[in-house]
Design a protein around this ligand. Structure first.
Ligand SMILES: [Zn+2]
Length: 381
């Protein structure tokens, strides 16, 4: 069986061979241009983590940690051309049938209520999007608020969705996630935990679905990330600069090629990008039928135990990422070696010195309480 392009890239085929094999097809113009994901040199773990989270949202997103200028944002934005189709609302307010089933007909806008009455669909297939959360976003931009234009021009008060609701079933990218305001972080954590976001303004309230795939990036020199949000990201990748001078030179050449003629570089990678995107769709379709072999589960749990990691997200993420990896390879059985590939990404930076010491202290105290109880009881008899 010939290996899929998806697997070859996840297993580090050099970019140079890719370049030689592609013949420039036609150029699609009129799009916002992102540096092609497949033109990124090296950084296999980062690429793998991003692709696995697109294949299986249950992986719980990716945190990219590293200094500036190592291609983190470029990689995330490059995913745009590889995004699979997802079912989403056709309405600017994000109305969906599930909302009616859960909260009643008032949960959708009058337009959609009328559509529903006529027996029309509220949702359609559309490509998954990349929604970026700007660092200086206000809380109302994030969770939603009153439509200011309608309020000023027509004196109508109407709630509208914020960034979190727009990110429903999309990829939400937060650059410099460690520098976000605490209130914004809390709103994101709430939405990520509940899969929805509620906006309240005086007597008005609205709830929007917000199933998020979080991708964050941060430079650890510029500040720590709160442990709550750190635990929220399924996979974490430490992104450093490349050591190989030839690879670094290749990066320079491609960056220059993109700056001078972006369409030419995109064209070079277009055919592979299309193929890669189709393979992601195939992997997503296969995923519900992909199971874990007992040896794979066993290895995963042993690793978590060995490292003394308290968060259950560690094994959930690791096993879901391993299933996505097997799906990417077109297999229905997830093996121990699939788990081994994804384990570092799922397990790193999950151990906490504080929690370990706290746990040890509580066990000592537990023993002391038992001993005290024993001596009081024996003294009393
Ligand atoms: Zn609507």
């Amino acid at each position: 069986m010939t290996q899929s392009l998806l697997m070859e890239i996840l297993q580090q085929r050099t970019a140079a061979t890719l370049l030689r094999q592609t013949n420039p097809p036609e150029v699609v113009s009129g799009q916002v241009l992102a540096f092609p994901f497949l033109a990124l040199v090296g950084q296999v773990e980062m690429k793998t983590a991003l692709v696995l989270t697109v294949i299986n949202p249950a992986v719980g997103g990716v945190l990219l940690i590293g200094p500036r200028g190592t291609g983190k944002t470029t990689a995330v934005r490059g995913l745009v051309d590889l995004m699979p189709p997802v079912r989403r609302s056709l309405c600017p307010y994000g109305c969906e049938l599930e909302a009616v089933e859960t909260w009643g007909i008032d949960a959708i806008c009058p337009n959609c209520a009328a559509k529903l009455a006529r027996g029309e669909e509220l949702t359609g297939m559309d490509r998954m999007r990349l929604v970026e959360l700007p660092l200086h976003a206000r809380l109302e931009d994030v969770i939603g608020g009153v439509n200011e234009r309608l309020a000023v021009e027509q004196q109508k008060i109407r709630l509208e969705r914020g960034i979190l609701a727009h990110a429903h079933r999309n990829l939400l990218y937060i650059d410099e996630v460690n520098l976000l305001d605490d209130m914004i972080v809390d709103a994101i954590l709430d939405a990520a935990a509940q899969g929805r976001v509620t906006v309240r303004r005086g007597p008005l309230a609205a709830t929007y679905p917000a199933e998020l795939m979080l991708v964050g990036s941060m430079n650890p020199e510029e500040g720590k990330l709160r442990p709550q949000i750190q635990d929220r990201f399924g996979l974490r990748v430490v992104v450093g600069g490349l050591d190989d001078s030839n690879e670094r030179l290749e990066i320079y050449r491609r960056v220059r090629a993109f700056r001078e003629n972006p369409h030419q570089l995109l064209a070079t990678f277009l055919q592979d990008t299309v193929t890669f995107g189709q393979e992601i769709i195939k992997a997503r379709e296969l995923l519900p039928n992909v199971d874990l072999l007992p040896e794979a589960e066993c290895l995963g749990l042993q690793m978590v135990r060995e490292l003394g990691i308290p968060s259950h997200r560690a094994e959930i993420t690791m096993l879901e990422a391993a299933r996505a990896y097997a799906a990417a390879d077109g297999r229905r059985a997830t093996t121990a070696s699939d788990v081994a590939v994804v384990a570092p990404m799922a397990l790193r930076q999950r151990r906490s010195k504080f929690i370990r010491e706290y746990w040890e202290m509580s066990q000592v105290e537990e023993q002391e309480i038992k001993a005290a109880w024993h001596s009081v009881v024996t003294a009393g008899t």
